[in-house]
Each structure stands twice: as structure tokens, then as C-alpha cells.
Design a protein around this ligand. Structure first.
Ligand code: BG6
Length: 466
């Protein structure tokens, strides 16, 4: 009973949220590098190139690029078995369409993977986590089929280079945010559904081809999809509300349907017909999608939504999904995200019932404001409670429901910048980083109480959760 032997305990980050060094060693700009931080009154701004005087959080982030050795040593001290991280595509192909890769970028990740492996930490790599080389804007980014080939050139380069070092890959982080945050997902700033669905189509095709490529380069490779684990509950038992919640889930799950089953579900094709949306299908594509289904499903899980008549499905650019209803049964984080541990077990059941594929939770955590005491200690019982409650539900999904879960990499084991707001004060980490919302600080790392708690969780393989 309990977590299986070999369970991949660890943490997850994304290059643009932790590395910094945005223009070092030949790196090109990415879509993340032209996003400012949000303010209390406005969302993150996407600027036309880098504008002097504006603050871009990705430029220095938490300086993981230079401090990865120290950071990975701290992960090892907690006993990590896995580190989910992303490669910044524009470190490898600075403009996205370059003929040859940037050796300095390749070398950097060689060193990062070697450091992980030296500690027995399995690197799990997201190929594209909310950033696309800015140089691909001239093609219209993912709305242009050419970008599929550029992406595959990048995939072939890294699959070949890191053969034997990396065997777990994820293609696109939270692919379904194409419907909610298209700039982050695909470098496309639009509210137009046809444009979003064209971008999504190219993602599907690229992912399917990348899966086949990864298998052909190394049969050991396993490639997963990465799903933003939205869950919708009906606002009431009114069958109309149940239908609304189901429609909401379809908007999200269709991404997983295509990547796990290899074809578009009928409900989506009917919707396209009604809305006049046309997919840019070419000969042979359908077979590619069928042959390139994923080996596993990875997903993030933070919150659940309540959907009813007063909260129609609304997707609003960078701000993501808005659904109006508060769940009276749940408390929320300081950022208003409902905290729903049972929803994690529910989602695991939804995904396993639907696809029967191995699952891995690659993001889950609490963004909270932390206080550094005078003696430097950081007491974060709220974070421990959040994670403990979620891990207990995860354990039930394994023990009681019989779901094969490969691992759990909590989000942001070290404080990093927030994706939605670009701020530092929304901290997820076991490790505190001394940087503020304007990027000022010493960048010094220190351990929070939760650091010692998670270390014990891993050491006991989840035996201390009661
Ligand atoms: C996920 C993303 O959506 O949520 C991460 O994959 C992100 O990149 C995480 O950081 C938490 O969101 P936020 O906005 O609190 O950083």
C-alpha cells in the first residue's frame, strides 16, 4: 500500500521563470522575454521587443542559469528523484529558424543534466514551457505550419544530444492554455478562435511527430502530453448546470483527447462545423496524429471551477478562465485560487477513466506570501498543509482507485517568478530566494520549514502524511 517503489518525487520549474541570463551565451529572445510584470490593476504587458526602462521578470528571474549547481544540490538534499525543468528553445536555436544550433546553449543543459544525474535525479524535460523564440513572430509563430518543422529540428537536436541522459520528455506545457493564454502557449496574441485552433492544430501535429522522432532516436524515450488540469463542477444539480460543466470540460479535455487518442473528438468537430472553423489539414496528417499518441499524461493541478448559468464559459486572453462562481465549500489562496485537494483525486479518476495511460502530477503547489524572520527562518505551515492534503488524496487515488501514478513534482521547489503575474511575492518554494517583485535582492537561497518536511516525505516514500 502507498506510493509505489521508484515513485518519482521531486519538483518542477520552467526556464523563463527561473533561469534569467536572458541574453547570455548566445540565447535569443523568447516570447517570455517581452512580458512585463503585472500590477494590481493590469495584467502582464506584451511589448514590441524589449523596451528600455520596463521591467521584464524573465531577464534575471532567480538566476538559476548561474546557480543551478547550488539549487540542484539543495534538491538532492531533499532527496529528489526527479527534476522537471524546461529547455529554453531560444538558447538552442536563438531565432527559432537557425540552420545550426547554438553550442553554448546545448553545453549548458549538458551540465545541468550531468549535475542531476550525479545525484541520481532523473531530469524530466518540457520542450516548450510558455515560450517560443521571438524570431518566429515573423512567420506568425504557431499559426504557420513552418514552425512545426522548426520545432522538430529543435527536438531532433536535443533528443540526439541528450540521448542516454534524458528519457522523460513533455512536448508543450499545459497545451490547453492555447484556449486561455495563447501568447504564452504559442506566441500568438489573439482572441480569435480560428487562430487559436490553427495554432493548436500545429501543436498537435508537432507533438505527434516529436513523439515518433523521440522513439526512433531512442526507444527508451517516453514522451508525455502536459495538461492544465482544469476541473469544472456544476453550480447545482440542475441538469442544465451539469451540461454547462461538461461543456467546460470538453473545451479543455479535447486537447488531451487528440494527444492521447490520435484524433479529434466528434463533439469538437461538430463545434468547428457550427462555428465555421477550418483546420489546416494536409495529406498524411491524420496518420501522423494517430501514430504519435503520447506515452503518458502529465498534468498540473491547482484549483477547480464552478460553472453555472451566471458563469458562462469565458476565456479571456492572459487572465485565463473566468467562471464567476465561488465554491462555498472551499477556502482560497491569497490569490483567490480555490484550494481543493479532493479535486486532485477526482481529476486523476477522470483522466484515467478516459485514457488508461500512466499519469504523473508535474505541478501542484501553493503560491503564498512568506515572512522571513529576524533569524532568517521561514515558517510556512500553510504550504505544508496544502501539499500534505493534496498528497493524501493522491495516495487514495493510487491505493483505493488503483490509478498508476508515476510521480509527483511539486511546482516551484525553489521560489521563481509567477507565470500569471510575473511577480516574486507569489512564492511556491521549499527554498526561499531573496528577490523582490522589482528584481532587487541578494538572490541568496535559504530553507523554509517545508524543506525539512518534504525531505521527510521523500525519505519515508510518503509514509509521514497521516
Ligand atoms: C502553471 C504553469 O499554469 O501554473 C506554470 O505551468 C505556473 O508555469 C504555475 O507558474 C503557477 O501559476 P502562477 O501564475 O502562480 O505562477
Amino acid at each position: 500500500m502507498g506510493f509505489p517503489k521508484g515513485f518519482l518525487w521531486g519538483g518542477a520549474t520552467a526556464a523563463n521563470q527561473c533561469e534569467g541570463a536572458y541574453n547570455e551565451d548566445g540565447k535569443g529572445l523568447s516570447t517570455a522575454d517581452v512580458m512585463t510584470a503585472a500590477t494590481p490593476d493590469s495584467s502582464r504587458e506584451i511589448t514590441d521587443g524589449v523596451i528600455e526602462g520596463k521591467y521584464y521578470p524573465s531577464h534575471n528571474a532567480v538566476d538559476h542559469y548561474h546557480r543551478y549547481k547550488e539549487d540542484i544540490a539543495l534538491f538532492a538534499e531533499m532527496g529528489f528523484k526527479a527534476y522537471r525543468m524546461s529547455i529554453a528553445w531560444s538558447r538552442i536555436f536563438p531565432n527559432g529558424d537557425d540552420e545550426t544550433p547554438n553550442e553554448a546553449g546545448l553545453k549548458h543543459y549538458d551540465e545541468v543534466f550531468d549535475t542531476c544525474l550525479q545525484y541520481g535525479i532523473e531530469p524530466m524535460v518540457t520542450l516548450s514551457h510558455f515560450e517560443t523564440p521571438l524570431g518566429l513572430q515573423k512567420y506568425g509563430s504557431w499559426t504557420n505550419r513552418k514552425v512545426v518543422d522548426f520545432f522538430l529540428r529543435y527536438c531532433e537536436t536535443v533528443f540526439t544530444r541528450y540521448k542516454g541522459k534524458v528519457k522523460y520528455w513533455m512536448t508543450f506545457n499545459e497545451i490547453n492554455v492555447m484556449s486561455t493564454k495563447p501568447w504564452m502557449a504559442a506566441g500568438v496574441h489573439t482572441d480569435d478562435e480560428q487562430t487559436r485552433m490553427t495554432g493548436a492544430y500545429h501543436h498537435f501535429l508537432a507533438s505527434a511527430k516529436a513523439v515518433q522522432l523521440a522513439h526512433s532516436i531512442d526507444p527508451e524515450n517516453q514522451v508525455g502530453m502536459m495538461y492544465n488540469g482544469h476541473v469544472a463542477y456544476p453550480a447545482s444539480s440542475d441538469p442544465e448546470d451539469v451540461k454547462r460543466a461538461n461543456d467546460f470540460m470538453h473545451q479543455m479535455l479535447f486537447y488531451a483527447d487528440v494527444q492521447c487518442r490520435g484524433y479529434y473528438p466528434a463533439y469538437k468537430l461538430k463545434e468547428f462545423e457550427r462555428e465555421g472553423i477550418v483546420l489546416p489539414i494536409q495529406d498524411g496528417d491524420e496518420e501522423e496524429l494517430r501514430k504519435g499518441t503520447v506515452d503518458f499524461i502529465s498534468f498540473s493541478y491547482y484549483l477547480t471551477h464552478v460553472v453555472g448559468e451566471e458563469s458562462p464559459l469565458r476565456f479571456t486572453g492572459l487572465n485565463g478562465v473566468k467562471t464567476g462562481y465561488k465554491n462555498p465549500h472551499l477556502k482560497a489562496s491569497e490569490w483567490g485560487w480555490p484550494i481543493d485537494p479532493a479535486g486532485l483525486r477526482y481529476l486523476l479518476n477522470v483522466l484515467y477513466d478516459r485514457y488508461q495511460l500512466p499519469l504523473i502530477v508535474v505541478e501542484n503547489g501553493l503560491g503564498a506570501k512568506d515572512k522571513v524572520e529576524e533569524d532568517g527562518s521561514i515558517h510556512d505551515p500553510y504550504r505544508i498543509d496544502y501539499l500534505k492534503d493534496h498528497l493524501r488524496e493522491l495516495k487514495k487515488a493510487i491505493d483505493v482507485d488503483g490509478i498508476p501514478v508515476m510521480g509527483y513534482t511539486m511546482w516551484g521547489p525553489i521560489d521563481i517568478i509567477s507565470a500569471s503575474k510575473g511577480e516574486m511575492s507569489k512564492r511556491y518554494g521549499f527554498i526561499h530566494v531573496d528577490v523582490d517583485d522589482e528584481g532587487n535582492g541578494t538572490f541568496k537561497r535559504s530553507k523554509k520549514d517545508s524543506f525539512y518536511w518534504y525531505k521527510e516525505v521523500i525519505a519515508t516514500n510518503g509514509g509521514n502524511l497521516n
